[in-house]
Design a protein around this ligand. Structure first.
Ligand code: SF4
Ligand code: SF4
Length: 70
């Protein structure tokens, strides 16, 4: 089981992470961040497997931490 820490105010809404997540954990938020973008957000945390693909593809290092627990 995994968990991510996504800093919504660093996100520029490219949605590469949404496309890359194999478990479809992420979606676009309906509220803007401080830069005026609709950031990615976690929609189904229980599905996260902690693979860190989202963090690797993020060009803005907005996904700051990925945890993996057995
Ligand atoms: S890849 Fe990074 S910048 Fe792009 S939507 Fe995801 S968190 Fe935001
Ligand atoms: S760690 Fe893997 S499963 Fe979890 S949100 Fe990121 S890409 Fe999806």
């Amino acid at each position: 089981m995994g968990r991510i820490v996504l800093n919504r105010d660093k996100c520029k809404a490219c949605y590469l992470c949404i496309d890359a997540c194999p478990k479809k954990v992420l979606e676009a938020d309906s509220a803007v961040n401080e830069m005026g973008y609709y950031p990615a957000k976690v929609n189904s945390e229980k599905e996260c497997i902690g693979c860190a693909i989202c963090a690797k593809v993020c060009p803005d290092i907005a996904i700051e931490k990925v945890y993996y627990e057995k």
